[in-house]
Design a protein around this ligand. Sequence first.
Ligand code: GLC
Length: 742
Amino acid sequence: MTACVASVAAVPASADVPLYKRAGAPAEQRAEDLLKRMTLHEKIGQMGQVAVTRIQGDCEWSGGALNETCMKTVLGDYAAGSILSGGGMPPASNTPKAWAELVNAVQKYAVENSRLHIPVLYGVDAVHGHNNVLGATVFPHQIGMGATWDPGTVEDSAAATARAVAATGIDWNFSPVADLSRDQRWGRYYETYSEDPLLAGTLAASTVKGTEQANGAKEVAASVKHFAGYSEPFNGHDRAPADVSMRYLQDTLLPPYKQAIQAGAKTVMVNSGAVNGVPATASTYLLTKVLRDQWGFKGVAVSDWEDVRALQTRYKIAADYPEAIALAVNAGVDMAMEPYFAKDWSEGLKAAVDRGLVSERRINQSVKRILALKFELGLFENPYVDPAKADAAVLGTDKDLARKAATESQVLLRNEGGTLPLSASAKKIVVAGSYADDINNQVGGWTIGWQGVPAGVKIPGTTVLKGIQEAAGAGTQVVHAKTADEAVAQAADADVTVVVVGEKAGAEGPADNPRPELTADQQALVKSLKQTGKPVVTVVLAGRPLVLGDAADTQALLMSWLPGSEGGHAVADVLFGKANPGGRLPVSWPKALGNDPLYYQQLPGTNGGPESQYHALYPFGAGLSYTSYSFDGITLDKPSVRAGDKVNLQVKVSNTGSRDGDLVVPVYVSRPTSDVLAPSRKLVAFTKVHLKAGEQQTVRLTVRPNVLAVTPGDIDGAGTQRVERGAYTFTAGEKTAGLTVR
Ligand code: GLC
């Protein structure tokens, strides 16, 4: 369906023009005015979000061309306020132009067939580039972006993604994830930025800013997800319940969401899981007391996939659907991603109102937020984009930025005997491993399809093998060994073997892995290559640290995460020394299986076992470079501050080597004694600086009081967060400085 339409002309402000039609009026006032003109049926429809497959083809799962009959049902009869393409769900042909035509057509139908001509919000998961669209540049997944420790690169990448998303007519991106990666078994580990609340929150905030300030063809709203506590499934399996203390919730889990929301996020997506026995979707504590009353969030809270119905069918805290809807709406859900049946949603919420379970006042509150969002995004004046511009705006755009991000994300963890960078005079390099030439597993899940690139679909991109082949000098033979035997045979007269290992693409529960380790065949391959006596470089393409076994002590080890379509160039740039690796682990790397969850902020215990303490193969923040650095000093502006004051400090760092490089400068805090248990160190500030060879710089950093605050009191965690008085030690590198909080 082709709909190439101009934007709707803004209506001039004049007395007989309804306020809601006045483009210059404040969004909240326009929403208030429009709300008054709506029927209850129309209001209820605004709170429903439906999957696009329900208005394509067979109106269930077939996809394909839009189907007018089911568009009438979903957008006409039941006036759904939003449509989403969840985990793929492309138009009949997966091109940017076809996406723009699809979204325009959905928008046009909604605007022309609703009594008050209300446009829809269209949502998508563009979580590493506009990843559902064939031919779009695929960025590194969040875990790799976390390894950059670079808010600027993260913000730029989010802005590039938002511009691509907007070019296809989409105005809502379900990104960033502000959950924490603390359990390597969890299938969504790679969708997070870090195990650390400050690193994760800072980068999530950068993503919000990049997304919502991208200045693309349309405004795009970000969605901070999955609020809250989603990343703590008790057994490491996705959406398994979490049981956490109020202290852990308040001091560790909530801060990254708060930081991202305070960056201006227009929406929040709710955690599918339960926390302390209550599904987040039904939690008034989370969705009203914390999100609204404490944090002052004014945007839209959307539930996750079919989670309102889950209150009845999975969690069994509601006897029927109207009751489930009432629990969710009264807790604070504004829009329900009830993706299958617009009719059920409409009739269910109406029944809840008729039973007196939900007030129209509560409905008005949500609908006003939804309408205000639509006014803020300019959808009433600019509901459409020009499909003719979409291909040029999406296909292969921002490759350089994606390559820069992927390169910055590379974390060099071992480099014995200067194996890397590879010598330009190398005569023969063997590239082995089943992931060496596998773009689909290199980009990971949430690419074209929910679980990753579907079989038979070919996406553009550069694999590690191709990257090495392009980067190698003319005198260097690059051999791709497709089997272990071939790799061993070819290694005999090679200078070095690069073995690329990893894990299969996947998403959510299907990507859970109770044994996050290199498979036996991968370990056997590495072992056989080590036995050749030639240097072995292990490159890991995975969304989480894998227990390495035999690969743990190869001469070199490079963690490349899921580096995206430009990842092959990024890996090759580091291997050949064109780029000096600057990535640092945003997570902890386990030495052995069975110690999940593993994170550096583990609290002290009295347990005596060798693996009971923080037992990482590589700790949070680890990473090597082709140059060397020194942390020369840390000084605090004041030796003491009042509780609640910022702490200003400066750190002196030097590049003591022979190559320019980018250095992450983290500052940690520790407590000689504390009122409640404190981790041995906690990240409280960081930056990243470029240092020329031999250069020394002094960087200034500020530690915000909320980063030092803890929940005092007893096991019940009933206290209010505050900065404890007493002694603090700030550390940068090996240098320390003492502070007294009075
Ligand atoms: C999924 C995910 C969520 C995503 C949504 C729409 O189940 O939990 O992250 O945004 O559905 O695709």
